[in-house]
Design a protein around this ligand. Sequence first.
Ligand code: HEC
Ligand code: HEC
Ligand code: HEC
Ligand code: HEC
Ligand code: HEC
Ligand code: HEC
Ligand code: HEC
Ligand code: HEC
Ligand code: HEC
Length: 418
Amino acid sequence: MDKKNLLNICSFIFLFSAISLFAVTSNDAPKSSTYEDECINCHIENDIMPEHFSKSDIHWQNGLSCAGCHGGNPNETDEEKAMSISNGYVGVPDKKEIPQFCGKCHSDLEEMQLFQPRIPTDQVSQYYVSTHGKQLKLGNMDVATCTDCHTTHDILPASDTRSTTYAINIPNTCDNCHGNSELMSKYNLESIQVAEYSKSVHGIALLEKLDVGAPACNDCHGNHGASPPGVISISHVCGSCHVNNMNYFNNSTKAVEFSDMDIKGCEQCHGKHLIHKTNDEMISVGEASTCTECHSEGDDGYIAAELIYGKLKKLSSLYDSTKVVSEKVNIMGMNNIEIEYSLKNIRQNLIQSRTLIHTFDTSQVFEKTNEGILASYGALKLADNEIAEYFNRRLGYGVAIFILILLAATLYWKIRSL
Ligand code: HEC
Ligand code: HEC
Ligand code: HEC
Ligand code: HEC
Ligand code: HEC
Ligand code: HEC
Ligand code: HEC
Ligand code: HEC
Ligand code: HEC
């Protein structure tokens, strides 16, 4: 390789590095294409940008710079003048003032509509109804305020997967404080909510299966009104997703009995944070029963639990047998279309019966289970017929083949003797 070529390659590498370096560093500079602003210029020059500042911040993205929140005159190059009270500079708010500080815009419908017509403007009023808000007003600085959940200079909409308020990240956001046992013991609160939640049917669905249809903390506690759902509202909280369970329960006499006894609806039998997958044993009179805590041998509730459990067991074992014979019919190559169809219905009956137990009314549950049991008998009979038909055909084939062989043999004999 001659000298000239080497020089060319070297200068190319130099140019390329310079361009990449420029691209990398210019990425850190403010997006001056959106706006020019002396607050930012001077703060960047003096390397006094706030900690954790990020340009993906939604306010930055919308062209709301430092002065939008902190006030002052963003066109002044002089530090004193830019950050003077006469120019509306408010500086850094105390924790107690943060809700109004953010509420300056977020409670102002006209201001918010300029940017996003659909964005709600009730965060601050909701916040002051929550335990956090009430406590902050009383001067408790341990509670969460806007910036504890949203960050201060790296605020992202909840739809952004990097956001502290994105469904999958919320348990972590709450855990910063609610998992701190020292902090929580000050308020006589446990610090296990997130740990328990993570092991629950909801936590596994959200955090492991990434199913955002499963509730995160805020779906049961509210985004801004975070307080424990009251005794009466628990079934509504759960019922926002489990609609049928709520309706059956609320229309049952049990709902009245529970509220008279100050018992917390769904929570009594399912728990609150460590909610598990359910099973039929929960409505038996055995170890795992949720009924025997209040009902004892001989009373109406005990008898109902025993009867319902019996029926559910019968239906589920009939479902299993039907499934087995349907498979068998299929392997034999016989017609199992109708059996498969029944099987789907029986499964539906079983699912619906398990939801219907929330009426705590044997007649309503039995109506559904009996439908399933009858359908199972029907399907089993169909399967029996198909299996019998199969063997009949096999017998038929056997006889036919025997006759054919006999014929062939006679024919052979005949030819030989000729
Ligand atoms: C010419 C430079 C300059 C300009 C322009 C400027 N600042 Fe500053 N700012 C500083 C310096 C230096 C500090 C840190 C020294 C201090 O604490 O006073 C500071 C501190 C701050 C602080 C923290 C104050 C505190 O109490 O900790 C805030 C908030 C702030 N500036 C916001 C703004 C806003 C908003 C603007 C535009 C309206 C602005 N600055 C314009 C130089 C500037
Ligand atoms: C969405 C509103 C908002 C915007 C926009 C904003 N700040 Fe702040 N800033 C706050 C709040 C609230 C605090 C105090 C609470 C805290 O520290 O969490 C604060 C604190 C500060 C502080 C002191 C604490 C620290 O972290 O160093 C400085 C300095 C500061 N901001 C500078 C700036 C600068 C410079 C900009 C523009 C690049 C800016 N802020 C944009 C809301 C905002
Ligand atoms: C100067 C007015 C103003 C102030 C002050 C302000 N915001 Fe905003 N905020 C906006 C605007 C405008 C948007 C953009 C709306 C949009 O496009 O979604 C926004 C967006 C947001 C979003 C995202 C909303 C979404 O789309 O899901 C959050 C969260 C947020 N702000 C929190 C805060 C917090 C916390 C504070 C106080 C530290 C604060 N804001 C202070 C004007 C403001
Ligand atoms: C305890 C945590 C928490 C606190 C405190 C909190 N937020 Fe939020 N915020 C959330 C969650 C969670 C969401 C929404 C998540 C979603 O939509 O799935 C949210 C959503 C928002 C939105 C988007 C619009 C909406 O209402 O859904 C804005 C704007 C907002 N918050 C501003 C604020 C302001 C202003 C404060 C202080 C008054 C505040 N938040 C306090 C957790 C909090
Ligand atoms: C900055 C710390 C902090 C963060 C973050 C936080 N909390 Fe809290 N929260 C507290 C403190 C401290 C209390 C206790 C206040 C009291 O009882 O006086 C509390 C109280 C509560 C209560 C009321 C408990 C009761 O029985 O009185 C609920 C519910 C709650 N928080 C839910 C949440 C949820 C949900 C999140 C996340 C979206 C969250 N918190 C994030 C600090 C925090
Ligand atoms: C499926 C609904 C649901 C979810 C999800 C949920 N909670 Fe709860 N939470 C409740 C119920 C119900 C209560 C109890 C209310 C009562 O007994 O009065 C409660 C109570 C609380 C309390 C009060 C103290 C206690 O332990 O009783 C805190 C704090 C709390 N939850 C935080 C959280 C946090 C943090 C998360 C997220 C990991 C979360 N919750 C998720 C339903 C839920
Ligand atoms: C935001 C919607 C939502 C809310 C609110 C909610 N759940 Fe769920 N729940 C789900 C989803 C989705 C699943 C299925 C999770 C999975 O298995 O993938 C589920 C599963 C369950 C299961 C297990 C069902 C089974 O097949 O065994 C029970 C029990 C349950 N939830 C009870 C509750 C109770 C009690 C509450 C109120 C304290 C509640 N849920 C609040 C969405 C919700
Ligand atoms: C008195 C106890 C009790 C109460 C109260 C109760 N459940 Fe259940 N729940 C059960 C039992 C027992 C099962 C299991 C049924 C089975 O699998 O045979 C169950 C099953 C479930 C299932 C899974 C089966 C299905 O329907 O998908 C969900 C979801 C559920 N319950 C939600 C709720 C909700 C929501 C509430 C409040 C509105 C509630 N439960 C109130 C005892 C209760
Ligand atoms: C927290 C206590 C409690 C639990 C748990 C409980 N019950 Fe009850 N139940 C009552 C009370 C109180 C009554 C009314 C007094 C009575 O008749 O014994 C009642 C009555 C009944 C009755 C009579 C009809 C009616 O509604 O008045 C049936 C049936 C019944 N319960 C079924 C069940 C079943 C099934 C379970 C389990 C899935 C269950 N109960 C769990 C407290 C409870």
